[in-house]
Design a protein around this ligand. Structure first.
Ligand code: XIL
Length: 333
């Protein structure tokens, strides 16, 4: 067998991948086992999928991934306990269909977090407890249903509930666009205030949904050093490098790319390789602070970014599951 990413990085940090049950079969499974030593469930442990109605938990998919991780000695990250998206409808409503009070909502979050964290206590070493609560615009918190009902207190309480359920788990705040100065400052301020209050937060997850143009080396280094200065672990939790400029569905580098069959052009290939090279140079430089790097999907055959009307090629393995040029670039050091 050949050397995988996890072997090149064994003296740095675990290398993970977000998976669905389909990734645990056939050639996908082989690739996962050859290259990675950590997994995250791409969707299965989010509140909507795992807790679809108040009195019903759906453990099946999460358990199958946890069993795979356990049997193959992979680490497992939990994603995620509280998020504004993929949240079940029942969470915010009482039996009459009225919006619940803050007290009821916090009680429901407490029950959810205790149950899920406890269920995966043996398998999961780190949880994304709170995902994406800081706004992209000039406001501070995202004006989600959670925030409208419970104000900012749900953030603090979610970490406390998770810590009660598993005092050994590493607890993360996770977000995207963490390299944009204004958003970064807001996240930093929130984390600093929570830490000052003694809230059990151990790390920050930089999602790492990056692109050919973002982040710059200096923005990335600044984010790592700023969050590390709070004494937090840093993980890149959802790494991919979109072959389009901009981030999160931003500007395209070519108009022709706006279709489901857009090709992976030589220009994309060379720019993506440079971006991946820069990212991993920085991550190796800060290995003291970085405790994990997880890719968001396995190969370019399927990526969540495809669901935006255009084919994307954001990962290190191509549509045939073969290593791309960028793979050789990040393993050459
Ligand atoms: C994405 C999944 O990859 C998709 O399959 C799903 O349809 C939507 O969610 N930030 C996160 C992840 O924290 O949970 C998201 O995952 C991607 C953006």
């Amino acid at each position: 067998t050949t050397k995988g990413l996890k072997d090149y990085y064994q003296n740095y940090f675990p290398i993970g991948v977000a998976v669905t049950p389909h990734d645990l079969t056939g050639a996908n499974r082989e690739l996962v086992l050859n290259q990675f030593n950590s997994v995250t469930a791409e969707n299965a442990m989010k509140m909507g999928p795992i807790h679809p109605t108040e009195n019903e938990y759906n453990w099946k998919i999460g358990d199958s991934i946890a069993t795979f991780a356990r049997n193959n000695h992979l680490k497992m990250r939990g994603h995620c306990l509280v998020w504004y998206s993929q949240t079940p409808r029942w969470l915010f409503k009482d039996e009459q269909g009225n919006t619940v009070t803050k007290e009821v909502l916090l009680g429901r979050l407490k029950e959810h977090i205790h149950t899920v964290v406890n269920h995966y206590k043996k398998d999961i070493y780190a949880w994304d407890v709170v995902n994406e609560v800081i706004a992209d615009d000039s406001t501070y918190f995202r004006n989600s249903q959670l925030y409208k009902i419970a104000g900012e207190d749900f953030v603090e309480m979610a970490f406390r509930y998770a810590h009660e359920a598993d005092p050994k788990a590493r607890l993360f705040y996770n977000d995207y666009n963490t390299e944009q100065p204004k958003k970064r400052d807001k996240i930093y301020k929130m984390l600093k205030a929570l830490l000052a209050k003694g809230v059990p937060i151990h790390g920050v997850g930089l999602q790492g949904h990056w692109s050919l143009s973002q982040p710059s080396r200096s923005e990335l280094e600044k984010s790592i050093t700023m969050f590390a200065s709070l004494g937090l672990d840093i993980q890149i939790t959802e790494l991919d490098v979109s072959v389009y400029a901009g981030n999160q569905g931003g500007q395209l580098i070519q108009n022709a790319a706006q279709n489901a069959k857009a090709e992976f052009t030589p220009e994309m290939e060379s720019r993506q390789l440079e971006q991946y090279k820069m990212i991993f140079e920085v991550l190796r430089k800060y290995k003291k602070n970085i405790t994990g790097v997880t890719f968001w999907n396995l190969s370019d055959r399927y990526t969540w970014l495809d669901g935006r009307g255009k084919k994307n090629y954001p990962l290190l393995f191509d549509t045939e599951l073969k290593p791309k040029k960028a793979f050789y670039e990040v393993t050459k050091f």
